[in-house]
Design a protein around this ligand. Structure first.
Ligand code: AMP
Length: 302
């Protein structure tokens, strides 16, 4: 099993009703890899600048199974930085700033040792970079991408090309609406299936997720959490659990395998939101994860 992810390493500033954190470790690739590492090894391809605090690297490497060979630190550049403020219900947020930094430069190369990667997750970053990564991985068996409003708005042509080449797409319900012009989530997801992917996962925050698949639909609730401190990274950790599970299943994207993968994603994301940055995942244990998975599966069984 060889899972690889490209995306951002970020320095985040986050405000939630529970407090604020300035310049903490974040980024789509970071959250994804941390979550996926609970299911098996994960390789990352990302760039950071000389301003990346050394302890951030230590945190990332502290997740057993995260291979950082493909993380390029460019001394003279700035790390991607993002700021967000959550509304009182924690379901929606405003982006306060996005400083692209290294994302405006050439994408990081894929190390030769990663060329045999089979399971590919293109976490949120410029779709042009996502396409380049996909093309550089000839052994890929399963490719899933994430995207967001920024790229739908400013890089639509690249995104359309990407959609025609991936097996799966993961995105938020409002992004699905922006992409398709359809406000109904089911209609939006079905529309996206006509753009290329074999399956689409639409995330709906505390309302769970919808899976549209060529074999049918599935809907899973979120894990009912009372302790939501910082939802940042919920989507990326969801994707990490999902892809970790799919890679462990050797890329089986049948409806039952995807349902299990979504359940894993849901559960690992439910831990992530219990504290800021990667704090909760850094102390998450396998028994805690297994216990909550069993509890969740029991809850959703009808
Ligand atoms: P999520 O809450 O799952 O959407 O992920 C939030 C993370 O994505 C934060 O840690 C940010 O650093 C990162 N992020 C925010 N905006 C972007 C963007 N436009 N492209 C890539 N990563 C982003």
């Amino acid at each position: 099993m060889s899972l690889i992810c490209t995306g951002t390493i970020g320095i985040d500033t986050v405000h939630t009703p529970h407090g604020s954190r300035e310049r903490v470790l974040g980024g789509s690739c970071t959250y994804f890899a941390a979550a996926a590492s609970f299911y098996g090894p994960v390789r990352i391809v990302a760039a950071a600048g000389g301003d990346l605090p050394p302890e951030f690297l230590g945190t990332l490497r502290g997740f057993r199974g995260v291979d950082t060979t493909g993380l390029e630190v460019r001394k003279a550049s700035k790390t991607f930085a993002w700021g967000g403020r959550y509304h009182d219900n924690m379901n929606s947020r405003d982006t306060l700033f996005t400083e692209l930094g290294v994302l405006e430069e050439a994408p990081p190369p894929i190390p030769a040792a990663y060329a045999d990667s089979e399971f590919v997750f293109l976490a949120n970053t410029h779709p042009g970079v996502q396409l380049g990564m996909l093309e550089a991985l000839p052994r890929r068996r399963l490719t899933v991408a994430d995207t967001m409003d920024l790229w739908i708005n400013i890089a639509r042509a690249d995104l359309d090309r990407l959609l025609s080449r991936v097996d799966g797409l993961v995105l938020n319900y409002d992004e699905a609406e922006l992409l398709t012009g359809r406000a109904n989530t089911v209609a939006a997801a079905r529309h996206i299936l006509t753009l290329g992917p074999k399956f689409v996962v639409v995330k709906k925050g505390e309302h769970g997720c919808l899976l549209a698949h060529r074999e049918g639909l599935a809907a899973l609730p979120a894990y009912p959490s009372e302790n939501v401190v910082d939802p940042t990274g919920a989507g990326d950790t969801f994707a990490g659990g999902m892809m970790g599970s799919l890679a462990a299943a050797m890329g089986d994207v049948s409806l039952p395998s995807l349902r299990r993968a979504l359940a894993h994603g849901t559960v690992v994301a439910s831990f992530n939101i219990e504290s800021f940055s990667l704090e909760r995942l850094a102390r998450l244990t396998r028994p805690e994860l297994d216990a909550r998975y069993a509890e969740y599966v029991g809850m959703v069984r009808v």
